[in-house]
Design a protein around this ligand. Sequence first.
Ligand SMILES: [Zn+2]
Length: 93
Amino acid sequence: MSHTPTSKEQAQALKQFYSGNPPTIKHGFTFELTPEQTLSGLEFQANHACGLNSAGAIGGAATYQFTDTSLGQVQRVKCACGQSRDLTNYDEW
Ligand SMILES: [Zn+2]
């Protein structure tokens, strides 16, 4: 059986990856998070008190929201359990 990486393992791998220079990947339609926001999102996925963690099958199910407002863009990660973390860097508004 192959091993499915946990959010914690993914966060560690990404942390290592971003210790060098982060890549710039452009597509036609992009939503971007800084490496710090990405790590914060992965840490939320790995560490929040999630009622779904024991379910396994749904593990890692997270939705990233990018909401444009008149002041700036709100970025938020939401777990399937309903909890969420605001990743927005309001200092840059
Ligand atoms: Zn959860």
